[in-house]
Design a protein around this ligand. Structure first.
Ligand code: KIV
Length: 276
């Protein structure tokens, strides 16, 4: 039997439509998602083989320097989404519905999602399930593709008592299975599983028809997502077990700044040819 990830996704399998996510799962092709918040990084990702870009509310932490994501607003998410969409018009873009945007009723959620789609998102991501699956269903029935997000849902950080691995006990695991099924029934096209035990993530992935995209949830998911700054080593000081660094971006930035300063102080920059 073929294992998940044994094939590369055919080019363009995901781009443009949520159906591509189901097709990827059916083909056993792993989905690759990375966050972005601005035009320059989106431009670089546009030429990369990642399948889709998440404009995450993690922007509050990695871009704006806050300690959690609660400060994100619909307007701020729309601004970041517009910037990303200008940089990567050909990529499938998912934008996070910010803190409480799905908890103030269907109309509020619809207006927020509309703002994000008008800003260039192809879909929105909503954290959690209990108490707002009807909102998810309403958005889906209104033609708005919705990605779910369970496990460690950072917008619940106060209630969870911190950024902690979730669903470790039988009750938590049972609730997560129930929430995952409820979201699938409400019509989400994919589900992010964040910081849950690997065995549970594998089980939920096998249970669902829609693909799961893991972060800190092991290799048994249908895809993986990383925060851009973690992937590129641009978040010095942050170390999480699941966040592998794939490039030494911090060294690149510090090295470039040091070479610039040295060239200026040494009178070597700008040269004749770099002036008018
Ligand atoms: O905001 C974000 O970046 C996210 C990912 C960690 C899944 O939700």
């Amino acid at each position: 039997m073929e294992t998940i990830g044994s094939k590369s996704p055919p080019a363009g399998l995901i781009a443009g439509t949520p159906d591509g996510f189901a097709a990827a799962k059916a083909a056993g092709a792993r989905i690759v998602m990375v966050t972005a918040y601005d035009t320059w990084s989106a431009r670089l990702l546009a030429d990369s083989p990642v399948d889709c870009i998440l404009v995450g509310d993690s922007a509050m932490m990695v871009v704006h320097g806050e300690k959690d994501t609660l400060g994100a607003t619909p307007e701020l998410m729309a601004m970041h989404t517009r910037a990303v969409s200008r940089g990567a018009p050909g990529k499938f873009i998912v934008a996070d519905m910010p803190f409480l945007a799905a908890r103030k009723g269907e109309t509020h959620a619809l207006e927020c999602a509309a703002m994000l789609l008008r800003s260039g998102a192809h879909a929105v991501k909503i954290e959690g399930a209990q108490g707002h699956t009807h909102v998810v269903r309403h958005l889906v029935e209104s033609g708005i593709p919705v990605m779910g997000h369970l496990g460690l849902t950072p917008q619940w950080v106060r209630g969870l008592g911190g950024f902690k691995v979730q669903a470790r006990d039988a009750a938590g695991a049972g609730q997560l299975r129930e929430d995952a099924s409820a979201l699938e029934q409400a019509g989400v096209f994919a589900l992010v599983l964040e910081c849950i035990p690997q065995g549970l993530a594998r089980e939920v992935t096998a249970m669902l028809r829609i693909p799961t995209i893991g972060i800190g949830a092991g290799a048994g998911c249908d895809g993986q997502v990383l925060v851009l700054h973690d992937m590129l080593g641009l978040n010095p000081g942050f170390k999480a077990r699941f966040a592998r660094t794939f490039a030494d971006g911090a060294a690149l930035v510090r090295g470039g700044a040091a070479r610039f300063a040295e060239a200026v102080r040494g009178g070597e920059f700008p040269s004749e040819g770099e002036g008018f």
